[in-house]
Write a protein that binds this ligand. Sequence first.
Ligand code: COA
Ligand code: AMP
Length: 256
Amino acid sequence: MKSELYSLRMRASRGEKHISGAERLLEYSLLEDATSVMLKRALNHVRGKAEKICFKLQPVPSRQVSKRNLLNLTTFEVADWPQGRALAAQLIGNLGVKSSIVQEAMAQLAGGPSPAGEAMRGAMLVSTETGQRLEPDKTRGVRVSRMDLDKDAGQRVEALLTDMGLNNPRVIEAWTLASKVALYPQVVAALCWSDDPDYITGYVASAQNGNQRVIRLKEAGSEIGGRIFFVRPGGDLNDLISHLQYEPVLFDAPSH
Ligand code: COA
Ligand code: AMP
């Protein structure tokens, strides 16, 4: 493997149940440490004990990698998750998405958006024009991949997060993923809350207003989480999905 960068991905599962996943996009010399951190995470996860842990390593030619800035990060305090959901709906509405479309999509996410009424394996895509689901497979959804912090940005980003009291890998991973999604002009907004039962913070992300964390977006203990990407009409959907899944992007700190 002679490429300068590698996509390193870990997935832990027990039977059909997804326990945890993580990914990095990094250079050869950092692979060993990153793999060991992922292994620790897989072995100690709140969703339970893993039976199988798979690692994948794929070279990514560095000439294919785009360099971008993370979205600005803000946090909204709310008293409880219903207030958090109302705020999230308002934040998406502020971006011009019709309230009825936002409410319907959020209700689907809350009820388990897969046809079996469970969490999906990736994100829902929802048309901002019709409210229709656009992802080709409604059990799988679309999984964003091949993004990370740029090696030289790590310290800057961690210093920023330390100032905000938020310096932990989960925030960095969610922020990086959200920043990649917001790169594509077809995406008006992304909404996320986790399926980890102990993680109740979620966010609305958009190129226009940045990554807006909402500290309570679901009830503690719930394993139903997910992501919705609100997509404006007019672009090539297959092209968007391909970029979300495969375009490698490294991020530096926000530009202002
Ligand atoms: N949830 C449920 N099942 C998953 C899954 C997930 N997140 N990721 C993979 N799988 C299962 C699916 O059955 C999948 O088959 P599918 O493509 O038909 O859905 C199968 O594993 C193989 O998936 P594949 O796409 O080959 O996995 P991968 O090697 O590319 O790894 C992960 C994907 C695990 C790295 C990715 O899902 C992940 O969790 N990335 C971390 C994302 C992140 O940083 N999130 C921010 C956290 S806040
Ligand atoms: P998490 O933030 O990892 O708890 O994931 C919450 C939900 O987001 C999952 O239930 C999936 O529906 C979805 N999801 C997980 N990983 C991805 C990804 N890489 N891209 C898009 N959606 C994802």
